[in-house]
Every structure is written in C-alpha cells, then in structure tokens.
Design a protein around this ligand. Structure first.
Ligand code: NDP
Length: 239
C-alpha cells in the first residue's frame, strides 16, 4: 500500500514542530503524490527549526501558528487557513498534537489529568468544529463522492492505550491514567463526530500510529517515525 494524496487538495496537521506531526510533513513533501497544500501548524513556529527549513524549500508547505488549547489561536488559524485554501475548502484535518504526562496512581494529579484531557480530547472536537465550514466546503465540491481524505476527513491520533478492550490480560497496565482516559475519550469524541458529520459526507476516524521513537514514545519504542508514518498515511489515504 502506498501513500497517495494526489487527489487531495489540502491537508492540515496539528503539532508539526516535532515527532509524528513533523514526520508527516517530511513524508508528504518527499512523494510525488502529495497534496497541493500542506498546512503545517505549530504552537510556536519560530522554534520549529526543521519545519522552517522544509517550508523554505517546499512552496506547498504553509506554516500556521496554532495552539490547540487556545480558542483565540484556533480562530486566528481558521482565518489564515481559509485564505490559503479558498473556496475549495479543507480536505483533510489531522488532529495529531498531543501530550502525555508520565504518571502512576501515586503521582497522578487533577491538574495533570485536566491538562491532558484539554489537549488530547477536548481540543480535537473544538478544532473540528472551528474548521467545519472549510471541511463542509471541500465535501460539497465533490458532492456524491465516496467519503475519504480526497473529499473531506477528520483523522484523530488515538492510541491503543485508550482501548478498554486491550487493557486486559498481557496488555493490562495501570500507568498513565490521564493519557489513557484522554484517548478513550477521544475515541468517543470521534465516533460522535462521525455520526454528526456523516450527512455532510465528512469521514471521521481514529488511527493508532504504533509505539514510536519520539519524545513521547521514547527511544525504546520499536518503530521509527518513518516506519510509523509511511504506514499510517498509506492507510489514511487508501480509497
Ligand atoms: P511528541 O511529544 O513527540 O510531539 C507532540 C507534538 O504535539 C509536538 O509537536 C508538540 O508541540 C505538539 N503539541 C503539544 N501540545 C500542543 C498544543 N497545545 N498546541 C499545539 N501543539 C501541541 O508526540 P508524538 O509525535 O509521539 O505524538 C503525536 C500524536 O501521536 C499524539 O497525539 C500522541 O498521543 C499519539 N501517539 C503517539 C505514540 C508514540 O508512540 N509516539 C503512540 C500512540 C499515539 P511543541 O513542540 O510545541 O511541544
């Protein structure tokens, strides 16, 4: 299966300063079947050196500031993105930005759980709501087309750590309560959005990238960002 976004006009990715978000941008600019517009958002673009370097040599990459937990930042990003994509709208929104606060039952705090829930669960819902007019515009352009990233889609980065079903037997673990709860909640946010947006022809789904060597995943993770993202983007872009 290969990555093919050639029929997709525009993709927006949150949290592209490093890790898997940055790898998505790197992968997309490296293939000929790339989207026409790659909107790479970061909460502090000035410090995202590698992303800045990529944008310098790839005119299709547009860097837009976006702090996913800040409503004013979301509103400003919508205005900017609207002027980038125009009447064609936004085809694919990838809610990738996330945090994980290392914790166990002893060290977990209310504040830590709330911060994690804000970023990982609530923000994808409110970002999707904010970008909905642009997603609807894209879906309407190919009215009647199959639901896919080539029409309009919301892809949320979840994790197997949010699965109730998998937290049994050998997979059972007790750490990271806040992170696990946030991703379980994200799964339901996504399922609810899928029901809400199905009449508009907007696909909503979650993906798990595997356990990957990033700041969050750590060096002991089995997958490299390249391995994870090449497979993830192939799945997401499959028709
Ligand atoms: P990293 O910690 O390496 O990177 C996280 C990214 O999210 C950074 O770009 C960070 O920006 C951004 N971010 C965090 N908070 C905000 C915010 N408020 N606004 C905007 N951007 C923000 O994580 P990964 O790349 O590993 O993870 C990406 C996604 O994949 C997450 O949703 C994670 O839960 C999920 N995932 C990762 C796995 C793994 O093994 N790595 C496994 C399963 C799921 P900044 O540089 O400004 O901090």
């Amino acid at each position: 299966m290969s990555v093919n976004f050639v029929k997709c006009n525009s993709v927006l990715i949150t949290g592209t300063s490093r890790g898997l978000g940055l790898q998505m941008v790197k992968h997309l600019v490296g293939i000929s079947e790339r989207p026409k517009k790659i909107i790479a958002t970061a909460r502090n673009p000035a410090t995202a050196q590698e992303l800045q370097q990529i944008a310098k040599s790839h005119a299709e990459v547009h860097i837009v500031p976006l702090d996913v937990v800040n409503d004013a930042s979301i509103e400003a990003a919508v205005q900017k993105v609207s002027s980038i994509v125009g009447p064609a709208g936004l085809n694919c929104l990838i809610n990738n930005a996330g945090i994980a606060i290392m914790s166990d039952l002893n060290s977990e705090t209310r504040d830590g759980m709330m911060k994690t829930f804000q970023c990982n669960t609530i923000s994808p819902l409110f970002i999707t709501k904010a970008f909905l007019p642009l997603l609807r515009a894209a879906a309407a352009v190919c009215d009647g087309g199959a639901m896919s990233v080539n029409r309009a889609a919301v892809i949320n980065m979840s994790s197997v750590l949010g699965s109730l079903q998998l937290n049994w037997g050998e997979g059972a673990a007790t750490k990271l309560h806040g992170y696990r709860v946030s991703k379980a909640g994200l799964n339901m946010v996504t399922r609810s959005l899928a029901v809400d947006l199905q009449p508009d022809g907007i696909l909503c789904t979650v993906v798990h990238p595997g356990w990957v060597q990033t700041d969050m995943g750590g060096k002991q993770a089995p997958l490299t960002p390249e391995e994870s993202i090449s497979s993830l983007l192939a799945v997401v872009s499959a028709e």
